[in-house]
Design a protein around this ligand. Structure first.
Ligand code: SF4
Length: 196
């Protein structure tokens, strides 16, 4: 159990660095997320690794919510409602907030604008469609700057995270599944450590 806690602590530090890196880039390039926008959280297919959900699973365990959250995750009709942890604040569900913000996975810290590599190895820009529609000139200027200014690359940060625990990082799956797997891991460790 202590090893899981140590890994989660290291990941939380790395997560903060990742969030700052993407936030700084997005601010510099004027590719801001609209305040209160939750449209990315409506996508049911957002994927994370089990490792990315480990800090949340430990937090739920420490607050006595591990079993009940695992039950709720297993019963949740995920595909219709977007992410299990999304809390909509508008009727059309397009505005809202993350219910587990401090423990959100790394992938959610890279939302908005980030770099990735195309088939030929070229650097490309991934931009959320809401940002693209709201700031088309900033998107064009950023795309034109790609050869001189490399954006933060999602793949590099995923690789950095994987170095903390290859086994728990080797597969990406929908956030709901990854959280359930992380909770099962924590509960199993706690059981064998005689903590439950
Ligand atoms: S974990 Fe939070 S930020 Fe990430 S998709 Fe779910 S609600 Fe959105």
């Amino acid at each position: 159990m202590q090893q899981l806690r140590d890994t989660a602590s290291q990941l939380m530090i790395l997560n903060d660095e990742i969030a700052q890196t993407y936030s700084r880039y997005q601010n510099d390039r004027k590719l801001f997320c609209r305040s209160g926008c939750g449209q990315c959280c409506l996508h049911p297919g957002i994927e994370a690794s089990v490792l990315e959900m480990l800090p949340l699973a430990l937090h739920l365990y420490d607050t006595g919510l591990a079993e009940s959250t695992l039950d709720a995750l297993q019963q949740h009709d995920h595909d219709q409602a977007g992410c299990f942890f999304y809390q909509a604040t508008s009727e059309d569900r397009k505005s809202g907030q993350c219910g587990v913000y401090p423990y959100r996975p790394a992938v959610c810290r890279m939302f908005g604008a980030a770099g990735y590599r195309g088939r030929e190895g070229e650097v490309l820009l991934s931009v959320c469609k809401v940002i693209r529609a709201g700031a088309p000139e900033a998107v064009i200027a950023t795309e034109q700057s790609l050869s001189s200014e490399t954006p933060p690359m999602m793949r590099n940060h995923k690789a950095q995270i994987a170095q903390l625990d290859y086994e728990l990082s080797k597969e990406n799956m929908p956030i709901k599944q990854a959280t359930a797997a992380a909770l099962e891991k924590v509960l199993t460790k706690a059981y064998y450590a005689g903590l439950v």
